[in-house]
Design a protein around this ligand. Structure first.
Ligand SMILES: [Zn+2]
Length: 98
């Protein structure tokens, strides 16, 4: 996962249940790669502070904001939060580093 600038950012849905970008609130969030699962994880390794299984989905929005959606389990509950990364630059995009 890319360097985290901020974690535990709330997830917001628009009126059509689309995930909004946590920085610009536009609904155009694109997946970068397949989800990564962290199963059998009994440590507090999830970047949102949960202890247990967690899933990460790397995304970016059309304005260049970079973030990862984390779905984590903790004490019988499931949490969904964003972690934010540095914005994607045109250089990153041209070099395929997104
Ligand atoms: Zn955005």
């Amino acid at each position: 996962m890319k360097e985290i600038i901020k974690s535990n950012v709330s997830v917001k849905l628009d009126d059509q249940d689309e995930l909004a970008c946590p920085q610009c609130e536009e609904p155009y969030t694109l997946h970068i790669s397949q989800p990564i699962t962290h199963w059998d994880d009994e440590d507090y390794s999830a970047p949102i502070g949960t202890r247990g299984e967690w899933i990460e989905i790397s995304t970016w929005c059309e304005s260049g904001h970079s973030m990862t959606l984390i779905i984590g389990a903790h004490k019988g509950s499931t949490f969904m939060r964003w972690v934010l990364h540095a914005d994607i630059t045109d250089e990153d995009y041209q070099a395929g580093r997104i």
